[in-house]
Design a protein around this ligand. Structure first.
Ligand code: G6P
Length: 353
């Protein structure tokens, strides 16, 4: 218990450690005066070809976010679940850079995908938290996310650190970085702190503890956050939760929406109006709506609850929104008396394929 620093669970402690984790990840990599991002470990990395991410679980959601950032910079990037990465059926060449996103560096599916990539002659990069892990040892390059040890089985601070590391990687690979991007990264730890200090999620957890299921919707950079919000909810509450790219709601999941299925809508940035369209669809089926938003004035009238985040631009607001969702899952699980740090049937690191 001493290691929990007064928190009831490691998970909550680790959620609150996120400003520090992000600061550590950024240290000596973001240069405000020069307006640049550098990662010393990657000085020798050359990227002339497409990038393929391989990852599992929460790390896969971080990879989806990272791939989108690369594509936005004009770098072709794809994401694969590590267990589905089959070099026989995927075009991998010597120019391909295969990035394994893995907190532990020991996930069997991810390590195996990286080994297969190594055999093809592609360049491999491990993005990991653990120095000397299998992924770190076996890849051509390694970038550490520096989150510090994570004890809770459900990944929290390491997800935020992976997102930040991937944001930096996108600028290292594209060799171009705007002042806006550098300032966004610089301000992130303080903005995360603001979310933690101001969060009102406990009322939401209390209101929807008895729900049948929880849905999470988001677009663009918020789509992976919707997936992650649902995964976290499943892992620690054992309740049915699903995340969707908001536009997919009407292609099936809408059939499941009732007054007993709260919908968490990620309403940040420039595509709020489209996602609001989806919110109206679920409201028409009497579903409660929780808006996670940087624009409470615009969306408040459509929501039963509003969880506010500071405006941090398209790349970084989703990182803040995810923190609200981590807290919602934590407080629902806490009210239900779940084994939050060690959920049934789950392991921190899965070392079998
Ligand atoms: C396990 C953990 C998840 C984690 C996944 C991938 O399933 O319970 O929290 O996201 O492994 O782990 P990795 O160490 O590769 O990021």
């Amino acid at each position: 218990d001493a290691g929990k620093s007064g928190y009831d669970h490691y998970m909550l402690k680790e959620i609150y450690e996120q400003p520090k984790a992000i600061r550590q990840c950024l240290r000596e990599r973001v240069h405000e005066l020069e307006g640049s991002v550098t990662v010393d470990e990657l000085a020798e990395l050359e990227c002339g070809g497409p990038v393929q991410f391989v990852a599992c679980g929460t790390s896969y959601h971080a990879a989806l976010y990272g791939a989108r950032l690369l594509r936005e910079r004009g770098i072709p990037a794809q994401c694969f679940l590590a267990s589905e990465y089959d070099v026989e059926s995927i075009p991998v060449t010597k120019e391909t850079v295969v990035v394994g996103v893995t907190q532990s560096g020991e996930t069997a599916d991810t390590v195996s995908a990286l080994r297969a990539a190594n055999r093809t002659g592609a360049t491999t990069l491990a993005l990991t938290n653990v120095v000397g892990s299998s992924a770190a040892r076996e890849c051509d390059h390694v970038m550490y996310i520096r989150a510090g040890p994570e004890i809770g089985v459900a990944a929290t601070k390491t997800f935020a650190s992976q997102q930040v590391a991937l944001a930096m990687l996108s600028r290292v690979l594209s060799e171009e970085c705007s002042t806006e991007f550098v300032e966004g990264l610089r301000d992130l730890p303080d903005q995360v702190q603001r979310v933690l200090d101001g969060s009102t999620v406990r009322a939401v957890a209390e209101a929807y503890e008895d729900a049948n299921a929880y849905f999470f919707i988001g677009r663009g950079y918020n789509a992976p956050v919707a997936l992650e919000g649902a995964l976290k909810m499943k892992e620690i509450t054992y309740k049915h939760a699903e995340g969707f790219a908001a536009g997919e709601l009407k292609h099936g999941p809408l059939a499941l929406v009732t007054e007993k299925t709260p919908v968490f809508a990620l309403l940040t940035g420039s595509n709020i109006s489209k996602t609001l369209g989806n919110v109206k669809e679920v409201e028409a089926r009497d579903a409660p709506v929780v808006a996670v938003t940087d624009s409470p004035d615009e969306v408040g009238q459509y929501a039963d609850y509003v969880l506010e985040v500071p405006e941090a631009g398209p790349w970084f607001t989703p990182i803040l929104a995810n923190i609200q969702l981590q807290l919602v899952s934590y407080w629902v699980a806490n009210r239900m008396g779940r084994s939050i740090d060690k959920p049934r049937n789950l392991a921190k690191s899965v070392t079998v394929e």
